[in-house]
Design a protein. Structure first.
Length: 116
């Protein structure tokens, strides 16, 4: 009898504590990029509906413009493009309280700063 009361009480406590947690996990609504004077015009725009746009004009003959969806896991962003399979920086790490996005693709390291 006492064990049934303890189990019921434990279930009640778990139900009450989980009712106060938020399931809402909005995405980011931010744009990261290089300075306006940089000719590469690299820009990563993350929207709160988990969509993104990415552009990289560092190689003028192979301009990259990609859009799609993204996933967030432990301050890491995984970009999944829709359409063509173009090689681009698809894994980003958000640091400095969201002010900086960093990526490495082979030997190319990118650091983008939050635009205001």
């Amino acid at each position: 009898m006492k064990s049934n009361i303890k189990i019921a009480l434990a279930v009640l406590i778990i139900a009450i504590s989980s009712s106060f947690t938020s399931d809402k996990n909005d995405g980011f609504n931010v744009t990261y990029g290089v300075s306006a004077k940089d000719p590469s015009q690299i820009e990563l725009r993350l929207k709160s509906d988990y969509t993104f746009t990415y552009q990289d004009y560092s190689v003028s003959s192979q301009k990259i413009e990609v859009e799609g969806i993204y996933e967030i896991k432990n301050n890491r962003i995984l970009l999944v493009s829709e359409g063509e399979q173009i090689e681009f920086h698809s894994r980003w790490r958000i640091v400095a309280d969201g002010a900086v996005a960093k990526s490495r693709n082979g030997l190319a390291f990118y650091t983008l700063h939050r635009k205001s």
